[in-house]
Design a protein around this ligand. Structure first.
Ligand code: ATP
Length: 330
């Protein structure tokens, strides 16, 4: 049995995670589900945003399925438990597929995967004051560049892709982005894949004007954060986009959206992004046919006009999932 730690978190995380688990349980009994806690509500109950027991369970797991957590606005000492987990587990690759599920969902004709370096870049969190300025430390190491590019290459080969775009801003940020660019071309040498590069501003435009250009983008942390949200918006919005945070030993799968306090508790959240995060997790665990079964059922549900309010429908989170489950064997 592979161990999956399930963390619902806050807000709509508590609504979409049980539905994704319900769908996955219909297609496999090879997973052991272990509930754990994290987030704002967890802090109110247990006094920890990320309890030590959760860290222990996550360390022992084969994968984590995570919903969303709410960031407290009023706590100046708050440090994101999710960022902590990414560091603790060394989840160096953030993987976001951006693919239109069906022609009538979203506006961009994308079918690509974005691989984002997840541990360095602008997100070191190290800031200091110097006179009247705040200086942010931006780190780009050769080791991190090499392993993210290698990850993108192996993922592209697994998926039968033909080319990878390295997205950077080395014309201005010459040394650090230049390092990333150099490592990219070194690693791509002899890979059998076509190596392309694009400046990040050009890539932001090309995602809209030439979406078919892209099969895989490998990029640094901040660029990846922004471009992946753009890609998500193009393929239908936050309700549709899954995400995986992958390390050598551990992996955390989550929808790209947050806890959406504006709709939490109303039973109207779209569980698609979480269900698709679940199918990414199944593939990661080698359960590819099971993942395909779920994705087929999801597509059939949408084709039959089943959708939640964010996608123009009237189905509740639970009723939508019922319809997906009903189509698993169709
Ligand atoms: P947080 O502070 O936790 O990041 P947020 O509301 O700022 O929450 P998101 O949760 O990402 O950010 O939500 C942004 C918008 O998208 C909200 O208006 C929300 O209602 C909508 N949204 C996000 N996820 C979903 C979903 N699964 N289904 C429907 N609407 C969603």
């Amino acid at each position: 049995m592979r161990k999956v730690v399930v963390i619902k978190g806050d807000g709509i995380g508590k609504e979409v995670i049980p539905e994704a688990v319900r769908v996955i349980r219909q297609v496999t009994d090879k997973l052991e589900w272990i509930p754990a806690h994290m987030g704002l509500e967890c802090n109110a109950i247990y006094g920890w945003y990320l309890p030590p027991r959760t860290i222990e369970l996550v360390h022992e797991s084969d994968a984590v399925l995570f919903g969303a957590i709410t960031t407290p606005i009023a706590d100046p000492n708050y440090r994101s438990p999710l960022l902590f987990l990414r560091r603790e587990l060394d989840l160096y690759a953030n993987v976001r597929p951006a693919k239109k599920l069906l022609p009538n969902i979203g506006v961009g004709d994308l079918d690509m995967v974005l691989v984002r370096e997840n541990t360095e870049g602008m997100y070191t969190g190290i800031e200091r004051e110097e006179g009247d300025a705040i200086i942010l430390e931006r780190k780009v190491s050769e080791k991190a560049c090499r392993r993210i590019v290698r990850y993108a290459i192996s993922l592209s080969k697994r998926r039968g892709l033909k080319r990878i775009h390295c997205v950077h801003k080395a014309n201005v940020i010459r040394r650090s982005d230049g390092l990333f660019r150099r490592v990219f071309f070194e690693e791509m040498e002899g890979s059998g894949l076509e190596a392309r590069e694009m400046l990040v501003d050009a890539a932001a435009a090309a995602l809209i004007t030439k979406p078919k250009e892209f099969q895989c983008i490998v990029t640094l942390n901040l660029y990846g954060d922004i471009l992946s949200d753009e890609a998500a918006a193009l393929v239908g919005g936050l309700g549709f986009t899954p995400c995986g945070n992958i390390g050598e030993r551990h992996a955390v799968f989550e929808p790209c959206h947050g806890s959406a306090p504006d709709i939490a508790g109303k039973g109207m959240a779209n569980p698609t992004a979480t269900i698709l995060s679940g199918t990414m997790m199944l593939r990661h665990l080698g359960l590819c046919q099971e993942a395909e079964r779920i994705e087929g059922a999801l597509k059939r549900a949408y084709l039959d006009g089943v959708s939640t309010p964010d996608a123009g429908g009237h189905y509740s989170t639970v009723a939508f999932t019922d319809e997906v489950v009903r189509r698993l064997d169709a």
